[in-house]
Design a protein around this ligand. Structure first.
Ligand code: 2BA
Length: 144
């Protein structure tokens, strides 16, 4: 790969790699843990974005976080699933990138995160970028 080709990939905008929000399983911060667990199990994904009413990105919630929050000392407290909200257990440290961000930034963040949340200037969630799609692009370019 020439230096020019390398720069072309790294500076490229990520927009074409984004999985749009309509295709992403999400929950709202005010949803119960029970609802979130159902969405996680039905979607098959282990962690999904949490949004507010205005579709702004607030955090991530995972099956592990939910189950951990209902573990009592000697038993699982199932009643807590309907008594508590997603905002109480979600992880607010989310790997995020702007929708007009560049590939190099996405590549760097994806080292530590299986997926990145994509937001617009107002912080509104517009989709996700998976490590899989980033690796696929690199693989495609290295093959030639
Ligand atoms: P995980 O849920 O841990 O999924 C890891 C990988 O397992 C996924 O990689 C995908 O290859 C496969 N996989 C899991 N559940 C699947 C399903 N229901 N349908 C098809 N493939 C499935 P990626 O596709 O690269 O996704 C990386 C991470 O991004 C996922 O981690 C998940 O946390 C999130 N994610 C991806 N697509 C999503 C979507 N449509 N909605 C919500 N979250 C999504």
């Amino acid at each position: 790969m020439t230096k020019l080709e390398k720069e072309e990939i790294l500076d490229h905008e990520i927009s074409e790699l984004i999985i749009p929000s309509q295709k992403v399983a999400i929950v709202q911060e005010g949803n119960t843990l029970e609802h979130a667990l159902l969405v996680l199990i039905k979607s098959g994904y282990s962690a999904i974005p949490v949004l507010d009413r205005d579709y702004k990105l607030k955090g991530l919630v995972s099956t592990t976080l939910i189950l951990d929050s209902i573990l009592g000392l000697e038993k699982i407290e199932y009643d807590n699933l309907s008594a508590h909200k997603v905002e109480e257990v979600m992880d607010t440290k989310v790997a995020r990138i702007m929708e007009n961000g560049i590939f190099f930034k996405a590549l760097e963040l994806s080292i530590n995160h299986p997926f990145l949340c994509v937001v617009n200037e107002e912080g509104v969630f517009t989709g996700i970028l998976t490590r899989k799609s980033i690796l696929a692009i690199i693989h495609r370019h290295l093959k030639h």
